[in-house]
Design a protein around this ligand. Sequence first.
Ligand SMILES: O=c1ccn([C@@H]2O[C@H](COP(=O)(O)O)[C@@H](O)[C@H]2O)c(=O)[nH]1
Length: 281
Amino acid sequence: MTTVQAGFGRRLGDAVVERGPLCVGIDPHPALLHAWGLDETPASLERFAMTVVEALAGEVAVLKPQSAFFEAYGSRGIAVLERVVAESRRAGALVLHDAKRGDIGSTMTAYANAYLDEHSPLAADAMTVSPYLGFGSLAPALGIAEQTGRGVFVLARTSNPEGAGLQRSASPEGRSVAQSIVDAAAENNADAEPMGHVGVVAGATIRSGELDLSTLNGPILAPGLGAQGGTVQGLRAVFGPALPNVLPAAAREVLRHGPDVDELRRAARGLREDFAALLAR
Ligand SMILES: O=c1ccn([C@@H]2O[C@H](COP(=O)(O)O)[C@@H](O)[C@H]2O)c(=O)[nH]1
């Protein structure tokens, strides 16, 4: 493990200042491959993913490969994912592995080593993690991330409709499961400047004011724009005063404009400009 000087909160903040607030998902869905005139082979997977990297790695703050779509192709898919991570980072984008890992602490260490340790071929800048085995089970990932200047995004209130039942369920004192995850992340970020390395995931599709994010002091990944029904304009109602910490995320809403790299860029810029205009209002 090698220590990176700046913490993830600062690195993400700098990337957003330089490139604007947007995370684009690299999700090679079979339907998108077909729409791009590609088939479902490792060679097509690579063509798709590297086209997105060519179009956007020099353009957006964060790229978020969805691990599942690469894992589906076995070791050849993982080899493509390694290339996506390395070339995106080389072009200046931060890479967030969307793998949603979560396990007992000892196994969590191995996941964190796989995705966050600089010597791993898959090492990125951040990863998504699932707190279902208890927030404390994520401690090894939080620790490795902090030591290496990397970040984690903990699922709190996800964008999918099925998440609501579990995540909105409340303790006798009235605190929801999702809020307890946000509060635990906030504890880890308490003294960090300009913000901490423990982000949360909260969908662009959730109800207004569902979460109190006032003490989080960390980034908020907001997936669910476009294909899942969330809108950039709706983000202010959902996140209120926490809006400046929101990193809007979209995959299909951008990828459907491919394979033309200029069209992909135009789509990403449009979303980013819409969000910047919302922030400025
Ligand atoms: O709450 C969550 C957490 C993660 N995701 C992931 O983001 C993308 C969304 O893709 P779109 O095409 O923009 O809908 C996908 O990889 C999900 O696994 C999420 O949607 N919601």
